[in-house]
Design a binder for this molecule. Structure first.
Ligand SMILES: *Cc1c(COP(=O)(O)O)cnc(C)c1O
Length: 428
């Protein structure tokens, strides 16, 4: 691995000596990146294939490895770090809460949860919140709520409820969820799977219409498919889903776990088509890059079907999560991050347009979020990611020769232009 130099000046971090503590130590012996990677190979399940960078410190849009090399983070934890690493307001909220109360379980009330629920409700325009932890848990919870709603409100016959999902979806990794994935890598070897799901092509209203019937509890889709390569549906698709679900008495569940909370230039990606789903799923950035926080958000007519004992989570809605989540809501209330995503999204789009034909064969971009298809002759997405890493830029490939760009919404124009220049260099 080659050493890197900063691609832009960064006033918030001052190079290799800033951490004070030096490389990671075990039993007092400092271990290098190479040693730590080798140790992981032996003692860690191989369910990921990370880039060979071992991060030890981060601030804002930048991370630093154990040798002190600096990298611009152009992935931002798959949008879990929309506000950058260790945003001061979020860190302060977490510190304050650590000194007060961290966990009660829902057996008791805690003094942070009401404010969190009110904040999320106000931010989204829906009235009720079911707090969970991970994104997959929010999706699972929404499936349960939709089925219960189907039996109690829509009148579907017992155990007959169906949920319509889209091909190339990504909703998480639990057995029920991978059961309706169309990605063989995610599914194969993990069956048998839960019944009750119908898969239709994404961005195809006719196929959706044909799949929805009197047994359908919900249509569950991502407003933009992130894992699939930042696939943006045609204008009118989300409005069509809204119209169809309303007409057929079916719930519209929008998984905004990756697309939501400022990423696309609006608080929610569904705002680009001015539609409001019945159920919103939030996660990733809701935890401010500090703790896992997710939520199912809906009106009382839907979430009201849950009664005490029917669903729960030991950690869901814990006071630390609620304090951080409330601070996230406060950041989003200012509109600053949405505006940055909108304005810098233009810079990203223009940069990718300029690279088209020069190593880029296609791209999809909304706000500060892009899927970039690289000419396969120039390498796989993985190879391009490794070359960018050598230039001090961290990105992640998705499938084949596609890379995903999702920088923190705190990134500056100069940093973003530096990343685009590095992309031009590695494709040249
Ligand atoms: C990441 C993601 C999930 C799953 O979230 P986890 O916290 O990893 O369980 C679900 N849906 C979408 C759209 C996601 O991007």
């Amino acid at each position: 691995m080659t050493a890197t130099t900063p691609i832009a000046s960064d006033s918030s971090a001052s190079g290799a000596t800033a951490s004070g503590s030096g490389p990671a130590a075990a039993n007092g012996v400092a271990r290098s990146s190479q040693e730590l990677i080798r140790a992981e190979e032996t003692s860690l399940a191989h369910n990921y294939h990370p880039l060979p960078v071992v991060v030890a410190h981060a601030e804002g849009s930048w991370v630093r490895d154990v040798e002190g090399r600096r990298y611009l983070d152009m992935l931002a934890g798959y949008s879990a770090l929309n506000f950058g690493h260790r945003h001061p307001a979020l860190i302060e909220a977490a510190h304050r809460q650590l000194d007060q109360l961290t966990l009660t379980s829902r057996a008791f009330h805690n003094d942070r949860l009401a404010g969190f629920a009110e904040g999320v409700a106000e931010l989204t325009g829906l009235s009720m919140v079911l707090p969970m932890n991970t994104g997959a848990e929010a999706v699972e919870s929404a499936i349960k709520v939709a089925r219960k709603w189907a039996y109690e409100v829509k009148g579907v016959a017992p155990d007959q409820a169906t949920i319509v999902v889209a091909a190339d979806n990504f909703h998480g990794r639990t057995t029920t969820i991978v059961g309706f994935s169309t990605d063989p890598v995610a599914r194969d070897g993990f069956g048998p799977f839960a019944p009750g799901f119908r898969v239709v092509p994404y961005n195809d209203l006719a196929a959706l219409e044909a799949a929805v019937d009197e047994t359908t509890a919900a249509v569950l889709i991502e407003p933009i498919q992130g894992e699939a390569g930042v696939v943006i549906p045609d204008d009118g698709y989300l409005r069509g889903v809204r119209e169809l679900t309303r007409r057929t008495g079916t719930l519209f569940i929008a998984d905004e776990i990756q697309s939501g909370l400022g990423r696309t230039g609006t608080t929610l990606a569904v705002e680009h088509e001015s539609v409001m789903p019945d159920v919103l799923l939030l996660g990733k950035a809701l935890g401010g890059g500090i703790v896992p926080v997710s939520a199912v958000v809906a009106d009382r007519a839907v979430l009201g079907v849950l009664r005490p004992g029917e669903h729960g989570s030991t950690f869901g809605g814990n006071p630390l999560a609620a304090a951080v989540g409330s601070a996230v809501v406060e950041l989003l209330r200012t509109g600053e991050f949405q505006r940055r995503a909108r304005e810098l999204g233009e810079v990203l789009r223009d940069g990718l347009a300029a690279l088209t034909g020069k190593g880029v064969v296609g791209y999809r971009c909304r706000g500060l979020w892009a899927g970039v298809d690289v000419d396969p002759a120039l390498g796989t997405g993985r190879e391009v990611s490794e070359r960018l890493m050598a230039e001090g830029i961290l990105v992640k490939d998705t499938h084949g020769s596609t890379i995903r760009l999702a920088p923190p919404l705190t990134i500056t124009r100069e940093e973003l232009e530096g990343a685009l220049a590095a992309l031009e260099k590695v494709l040249g």
